[in-house]
Write a protein that binds this ligand. Structure first.
Ligand SMILES: [Zn+2]
Length: 83
């Protein structure tokens, strides 16, 4: 759970920095998930790099604070949101 919390914290910090509103942080099917305001993340005026930074923020945070081998479960949530 520690790695998942670090992962989601990474998303939240990037969202905060980029002015993307975080709606909620919740547990679904045992996975910790961060919901952001889709209009903020997907805004046509927002550079694509912001979206990628938000998505990468999770693994970057957990990897940099807890070391390699990122949380596949949490990352699966991110990939699913991406597709
Ligand atoms: Zn993620």
């Amino acid at each position: 759970m520690k790695r998942a919390a670090c992962h989601e914290a990474g998303h939240i910090i990037v969202a905060f920095k980029l002015g993307i509103r975080v709606e909620s942080v919740r547990v679904a099917n045992g996975l910790l998930l961060t919901d952001v305001w889709a209009d903020d993340l997907d805004s046509t005026s927002r550079p694509k790099i912001d979206r990628y930074a938000f998505l990468a923020g999770g693994s970057l945070a957990s990897n940099s604070s807890l070391g390699g081998d990122y949380d596949r479960g949490a990352n699966a949530g991110t990939i699913k949101a991406e597709s």
